[in-house]
Design a binder for this molecule. Structure first.
Ligand code: GRG
Length: 289
């Protein structure tokens, strides 16, 4: 296929899977209790309010690359990942954390619905994600051991040595000028663990070998670190924040993001046909630089 043909095929696949994810997320919101109405409204406002859907697509495409035949189950797991991601954004925006007014071009959850409702909306999305995963066996016929594995991967990525620890260090940096290794540790916890989990969960639902699963998890971790560096290069290089460009300079940071994504791509190429995942990984670091 010509490179223009490959690009068009990639964009079509991306649009199609994004709309599948959107539909399924819409169903999750539909099924929420109608009472109290404001919680359902706030959850829909945040979860259905845009976003690239990067983590669910990584999950689905890792599943597909490994020859998985469990797309319905994988779509549920992918949506659970997106719920966790959205919970973390809602809480990250709170006045006690980053105190942001705008997210995805509109008012943040607490600006629109008030702080207490935003805390509860984040909690609701986090708990919803695990409720969805707990239904993988009864609803989608996934073996109980597989669904427990998925639950365990996501609980660890979202927990005390993943998102939560990363957020803590981000708010309260362990050093005023953290060296690159410390920045990478924080990025891994804050960003890369959930992206690694996205690819690992895709592999687990696909029933992949232990080796493929480990490769998927590692590729996701590398890609997640590259993604965070790219994010810091775009607009988060603020005084006092933990940022790779601040630790090593913009040129070296750009180079590091490229190295990390190339390593991730090599791992993916060793797992199967990378025709979709390779351009997606490239997109993660070539957003605006
Ligand atoms: C509050 C427990 C807790 C964790 C918060 C996610 C997070 C940790 C903080 C948000 C700020 C930030 C810079 C996170 C790093 C990861 C990142 C770049 C998130 C944005 O992800 P995208 O670009 O967002 O995939 P969309 O809007 O496309 O879903």
């Amino acid at each position: 296929m010509s490179s223009r043909g490959a690009e068009a095929a990639f964009q079509r696949a991306l649009a199609k899977d994004r709309s599948r994810v959107e539909e399924q997320l819409g169903r999750l919101i539909e099924e929420l209790p109608a009472d109290p109405p404001v919680l359902k409204e706030a959850a829909g406002y945040c979860l259905l309010g845009g976003g690239k859907r990067l983590r669910p697509i990584l999950c689905l495409w890792t599943h597909d690359l490994l020859g998985g035949a469990r797309r319905d189950a994988c779509l549920d797991a992918a949506c659970a990942l997106e719920c966790i991601h959205n919970y973390s954004l809602i809480h990250d925006d709170l006045p006690c954390m980053d105190n942001d007014d705008v997210r995805r071009g509109k008012a943040t959850c607490h600006r629109r619905f008030g702080e207490a409702t935003a805390v509860l909306t984040g909690d609701l999305l986090l708990t919803l994600s695990f409720a969805v995963l707990a239904q993988l066996s009864p609803h989608r016929g996934v073996e109980a051991a597989t669904s427990l594995e998925v639950i365990s991967i996501l609980a660890r990525a979202a927990g005390g040595d993943g998102l939560i620890a990363g957020q803590f260090w981000d708010l309260d940096p362990p050093a005023s000028q953290p060296p690159p290794a410390l920045v990478e540790k924080v990025h891994t916890a804050k960003t890369a663990r959930l992206i690694g989990a996205s690819m690992e969960v895709g592999a687990v639902v696909a029933g992949a070998s232990e080796q493929a699963r480990r490769q998927a998890a590692r590729a996701g971790l590398l890609a997640g670190r590259a993604f965070q560096i790219a994010d810091d290069l775009i607009d988060r290089d603020e005084e006092g924040t933990i940022s790779y460009p601040r630790a090593v300079g913009c040129d070296r940071a750009r180079q590091r993001a490229e190295e990390l994504i190339e390593e991730a791509k090599e791992l993916v190429a060793g797992m199967g046909d990378p025709v979709l995942l390779h351009p997606l990984l490239d997109l993660m670091v070539h957003r605006e630089y």
